[in-house]
Design a protein around this ligand. Structure first.
Ligand code: C2E
Ligand code: MG
Ligand code: MG
Ligand code: MG
Length: 292
């Protein structure tokens, strides 16, 4: 019978599904207390300007340091929090921490870079998102332009009118708007023109494609030309090799981020990089760390 033939397969599938559901339930049961107990940490990944090799900013990326599970990657828990709504609470925490870092660095006389935070699609639908973001930068005495807001491309295509309104309002308030994962979805080129954005953040797949065929480089070049016409800056993320960096330099891309330079690090470690940056004029171009 079919059951006899496939029974084992179904049983294994059931176990796998049950395991996944139990794991998800454990995450949900733990999330509130984790936030209250300070288990969520904000890591920072440096962003470099290609033209002059300067440290030009950072992306804030959340990590969950669970006492038993260890350091958890957002790839698992973020999609879950997007479904159950906890992401709006977690993101507010990340924005607050990010601004507190900026305040601390400013007070220490370090270079005043911006920090890019991820804004989930769920945040966009919160009626008070502008008040929250404005309240956060004001709490730390920062100009809104110090926060760059990364909104993923698929959020734009899902509900263009909502994004145009909300991102437009945030941009008018002075926040810098970045389209994250650009090219991963289906934003049409004529829509791009209507969107209130300042920065295109290229999806990693553009530069991580196994074979760098001439046509791939042609597409990158086309995106850069388009960005120039629309007066948008371009950030390439996921740069892992020297060859990838060379390809980006060739097309005159503005900023880079990736494991080739520095992985996301705890804020204290990032602060060290920022301190070195502050004294860069007095040093010989450093061999200490890879620079674009
Ligand atoms: P994302 O916003 O596109 O962030 C870039 C991801 O690429 C990060 O993964 C980063 O660690 C990783 N990455 C950086 N350089 C390289 C590289 O050279 N090679 C490769 N293969 N990967 C690189 P991460 O930290 O695991 O975050 C995954 C995603 O989770 C993020 O993608 C973002 O969508 C989401 N996320 C992370 N933190 C937050 C947050 O605080 N709030 C929200 N709403 N989403 C977040
Ligand atoms: Mg991002
Ligand atoms: Mg993102
Ligand atoms: Mg991205």
């Amino acid at each position: 019978s079919i059951k006899g033939q496939y029974g084992k397969y179904f049983a294994a599938y059931d176990d796998q599904l049950r395991g996944k559901l139990l794991r998800e339930q454990a995450i949900i049961d733990n999330m509130e207390s984790a936030l209250a107990q300070g288990q969520f940490q904000v890591y920072l990944q440096p962003k470099y300007r290609i033209r002059d090799s300067r440290l030009a900013g950072a992306e804030a990326l959340v990590r969950w340091a669970h006492p038993e599970w260890g350091l958890q990657s957002p790839a698992e828990f973020i999609p879950l929090f997007e479904r159950n709504g906890f992401i709006t609470k977690l993101d507010r925490f990340v924005w607050d921490r990010s601004c507190s870092f900026l305040r601390k660095w400013d007070d220490a006389g370090l270079p005043s870079i911006p920090v890019s935070v991820n804004v989930s699609r769920a945040d966009i639908y919160q009626a008070d998102i502008a008040e929250i973001l404005l309240g956060t930068v004001r709490k730390y005495g920062l100009a809104p332009a110090r926060l760059h807001l990364e909104i993923t491309e698929s959020a734009y295509t899902e509900d263009p009118n909502q994004i145009i309104e909300t991102a437009g309002r945030l941009r008018e308030l002075g926040f810098v708007i970045e389209m994250d994962d650009f090219g991963s979805g289906y934003s049409s080129l004529n829509m791009l023109n209507r969107l209130p954005i300042d920065v295109l953040k290229l999806d990693m797949r553009f530069i991580q494609s196994e074979t760098a065929k001439p046509v791939d480089q042609g597409i990158l070049r086309f995106i850069m030309d388009l960005a120039r016409w629309m007066e948008l800056h371009v950030v390439a993320e996921g740069v892992e090799t020297r060859e990838q960096l060379e390809r980006l330099r060739e097309i005159d891309c503005d900023y880079v981020q990736g494991y080739y330079f520095v992985r996301p690090v705890p804020s204290e470690e990032f602060e060290k990089l920022l301190r070195e940056e502050g004294t860069v004029a007095e040093q010989e171009p450093g061999a200490k760390r890879r620079r674009p």
